[in-house]
Design a binder for this molecule. Sequence first.
Ligand code: C2E
Ligand code: CA
Ligand code: CA
Ligand code: CA
Length: 275
Amino acid sequence: AKRVGGSGWRAYDPASTLRRARSRLLEAELRTGLDQGQFFLLFQPQVSLTSGRLAGAEALLRWQHPTLGMISPAEFISISEANGFICDLGQFMFREACKAATSWPSHVSVAVNISPVQFLRGDLLSDIRAALAASGLAPHRLHVEITESIFVERSEELFSKLDALRDLGVTIALDDFGTGYSSLSYISSLPLDKLKIDQSFVREMVSDPATQSIVQAVMTLAHGLGLKVVGEGVENALQSEMLAAMGCEEGQGYLFGRPQSARQIQALSAAHSLL
Ligand code: C2E
Ligand code: CA
Ligand code: CA
Ligand code: CA
């Protein structure tokens, strides 16, 4: 057993020891991984539920390590947030995502996830400006996805950064909506363009009337505020049809496509309908 703080003892836990060791290993490999081109982006289709056409794609980071294999963002994003490396990854993401989108038709957008750490620590605005300039991508085609967790600190700096982002002309989406703590009314005070309904709601709404009412209420409020709505984690036609019937503009999920290469997205953009 190990002494913890001044009070009590914690049993030796081999699983958590292993987890910490793996964490340290990954942390030590991040920099080399980025320098040696082990990171890349995949893109998941976002489909218009009215026309069935491809509306955009979300960039999702992947790490193909030479000996550890494919490492999930669920694992390396939190490590990168803890040590600040997320800001370097962010710079890479913006550059690669904007470049990829220039090979797609002009009605197809690209969405990039921004971690709260990047928002508060990194040189976010200049990274985005540089990526837009280098690629020549029209700013409105770049969508940034933020989560409610960035509003934990409701600082002046946060709001001025959001406003600056807006001034750049990029589109701002609130990700994973419903999993955080913001009230519906709080959303109205934020400079947003889009709201993404978390996949847990999309999954549950088909069998649970209460969840369906929540999704409908969110949709009504969002539309009242002039926001577009995207349903996440759409895996079957019933979910897609329910969202469409509620007036949801876009859907994203395995029904329409897994995360895939920029070239594959380009091919999808030629399809008449993905519904
Ligand atoms: P997220 O932003 O909510 O991204 C959606 C996640 O749901 C992706 O997992 C995607 O593959 C998965 N997904 C999409 N459709 C479906 C579906 O129909 N069913 C199910 N069960 N899952 C679906 P992924 O790629 O493993 O990413 C996980 C999380 O890692 C992301 O959640 C995001 O928070 C973070 N992440 C990924 N790439 C980046 C990045 O470039 N930057 C930052 N800051 N975070 C990233
Ligand atoms: Ca996202
Ligand atoms: Ca999400
Ligand atoms: Ca998520």
